[in-house]
Design a binder for this molecule. Sequence first.
Ligand SMILES: Cc1cc2nc3c(=O)[nH]c(=O)nc-3n(C[C@H](O)[C@H](O)[C@H](O)COP(=O)(O)OP(=O)(O)OC[C@H]3O[C@@H](n4cnc5c(N)ncnc54)[C@H](O)[C@@H]3O)c2cc1C
Length: 381
Amino acid sequence: MKDLVLIGGGHSHAIALREFAMNPLPGIRITLISDVLQTPYSGMLPGYLAGFYTFEEAHIDLRPLANLAQAEFYCDRAIGLDLQQNQVFCANHPPIRFDILSIDIGSTPATLNVPGAATYAIPAKPVPQLLASWHKFQEKVLQSPQQSRSLATVGGGAGGVELTLSIQAHLNKLLAPKYRKNIEYHLFHRSSHILSSHSRYAARTLSQIMERRGIYLHLNQSVTRLEKQPSERLKLDCESGLTIECDEVFWVTQAAAPDWISGSGLSTDNRGFIQVNDHLQSISHSNIFASGDIATLLNNPRPKAGVFAVRQGKPLFENLCLILQEKPLISYHPQQQFLTLIGTGNGKAVASRGRFGLGPLRLIWTWKDWIDRRFMDQFNS
Ligand SMILES: Cc1cc2nc3c(=O)[nH]c(=O)nc-3n(C[C@H](O)[C@H](O)[C@H](O)COP(=O)(O)OP(=O)(O)OC[C@H]3O[C@@H](n4cnc5c(N)ncnc54)[C@H](O)[C@@H]3O)c2cc1C
């Protein structure tokens, strides 16, 4: 009996588990270690914040999936690896032994080491923390809608832009029109334009939408410090000398990897992500695979986006089966350009692919909604 251990219930592992459920491999014992029971689907996360989806619609329940794949499920957090003894260390369980290991644990926002950020900001990941803080903030707003408040987002990539537009749209739906002006929104980005890795069209269009909706865009601004004031409000300082007082700060900066990955001895890139070859296999440890945000494809590096974590699900499953059967592995080549559909929180979306863009259109949102629901249906049916 060989032991296959999966750490994290990210997009690729959800797909791999579904494949194992439909195509069981004899002689294999599968263990899933996940720190959550329901894992968020990134495509629907901003729509969930905007109030378009329920929690269940925007999350994949890992329990039935693990059950169908006949996998043992440890709801726990992996905190380290012993690569000599082939063991995973968990926060609350004894070490778990593996013959083959696969890691799909996503990423967390970088630069949380900016003084005060780790203490006072709300990081976009882990998602359960983000959602808990968001629900708490909504409650506060509803309890005293007459109070003036200010919300800041740090990071002007697709995640930060979509999050800001989604929360503004949702709060506008919750609040009576006379109270809507009581909330100010700020977005800080260190480059000269938002959405640096998307088309100029998408960057320009979404900047215009944000400006039209009264969101203050602070471009070329690097946040250097967050401090709590005696008034309980947060003071946000930028390198340029700009200072803003706000009540909540969402931290949606570039992706970073947890320290225990590089600390384990796996070969990582300069940002701590696991370096993998075209088989999604660690370049330093051939019995370890990685996919999604936590992996960096040595030959074809791509931005950290859910679309790649999804696309890697099937090749990962195939290679896990092949290595367990001691057969040659297949190669995975990610697409050069990828389509991004960015929701504006009000039932419209902007499409961006390579140098091209389209929208905002209701039709693009309907299309995105159809794609996302179809993706989720495969785990429910
Ligand atoms: C606000 C926001 C909006 C976004 N919108 C989009 C979008 O519309 N489209 C898109 O393509 N991308 C989007 N992204 C990026 C996207 O979220 C990530 O690229 C994607 O989630 C990566 O998928 P993954 O499978 O690598 O990891 P994840 O989806 O992060 O899954 C990792 C899983 O592993 C679990 N885990 C983590 N650490 C451990 C541990 N130590 N032990 C056990 N379990 C662990 C986590 O709880 C989680 O369930 C967005 C990001 C943010 C922040």
